[in-house]
Design a protein around this ligand. Structure first.
Ligand SMILES: CC(C)(COP(=O)(O)OP(=O)(O)OC[C@H]1O[C@@H](n2cnc3c(N)ncnc32)[C@H](O)[C@@H]1OP(=O)(O)O)[C@@H](O)C(=O)NCCC(=O)NCCS
Length: 185
């Protein structure tokens, strides 16, 4: 980006929920975040995304910033015990999953998503208990798949989730540390 500002993350708060509601109704996010049938009302966003509610799942919500500008939503979750048909075979308590979307359709495809994924991965692996990070884009979401690959994920398998088919992508702690060592020369 021409601004030269870095993408950073802060925890989402309740005061961000009206902004999140507006974002989750934008067509470029609706397309990949549940579809038209899941287009949420403000009440639904407040009921579902309030940080206290997400913490019970447990999901941690973040707002991505470019400098001071909020540019996207991200969340991480503990895969083990997700319930609702999600990740029933997981046995490792150290696995975290991630989901994210950029808010502004004019900011897609310029590398911000890759920066955001890298920032989130760095943050999650700063917890020594985290062994692996997973994500599950739709097979047709080639932009997201490519973005995750650029941020160090590899495609592991095609899986069926409660939301439909997905590409199960992973980055282990050793992949993360090896890439870091290689980048440092
Ligand atoms: C997915 C998302 C976070 C990625 O962020 P982004 O900033 O747009 O992605 P980046 O610019 O970092 O990387 C995108 C890559 O995909 C490539 N790409 C874009 N469209 C593509 C397509 N149809 N097929 C293959 N590659 C494609 C881009 O060329 C770029 O790769 P390159 O740098 O090697 O050229 C963002 O696009 C987004 O929020 N999309 C809408 C919601 C969404 O899909 N959320 C994810 C749900 S899993």
């Amino acid at each position: 980006m021409a601004t030269g500002a870095a993408v950073t993350l802060r925890l989402m708060t309740e005061s961000d929920l009206p902004m999140l509601h507006a974002w989750l109704n934008r067509p470029h996010i609706v397309q990949w975040w549940g579809g038209e049938s899941e287009r949420p009302s403000l009440d639904q966003v407040v009921a579902h995304y309030r940080p206290r509610v997400l913490a019970q799942e447990p999901v941690t919500p973040y707002i991505a910033l470019l400098g001071e500008e909020p540019i996207g939503y991200a969340q991480s979750y503990v895969a083990l015990g997700s319930g609702g048909g999600w990740w029933p075979d997981e046995t490792d308590p150290g696995v975290r999953g991630i989901d994210l979307s950029l808010a502004n359709p004019l900011q897609l495809n310029v590398g911000l998503g890759t920066q955001l994924v890298k920032a989130l991965v760095e943050r999650l692996f700063s917890d020594p208990l985290v062994t692996k990070i997973q994500t599950d884009p739709a097979p047709s979401n080639q932009r997201a798949i490519r973005c995750y690959e650029k941020a160090g994920f590899v495609q592991h398998a095609l899986v069926t989730t409660p939301d439909g088919p997905a590409v199960y992508m992973v980055q282990t702690r050793s992949m993360f540390e090896n890439a870091k060592r290689a980048a440092q020369g």
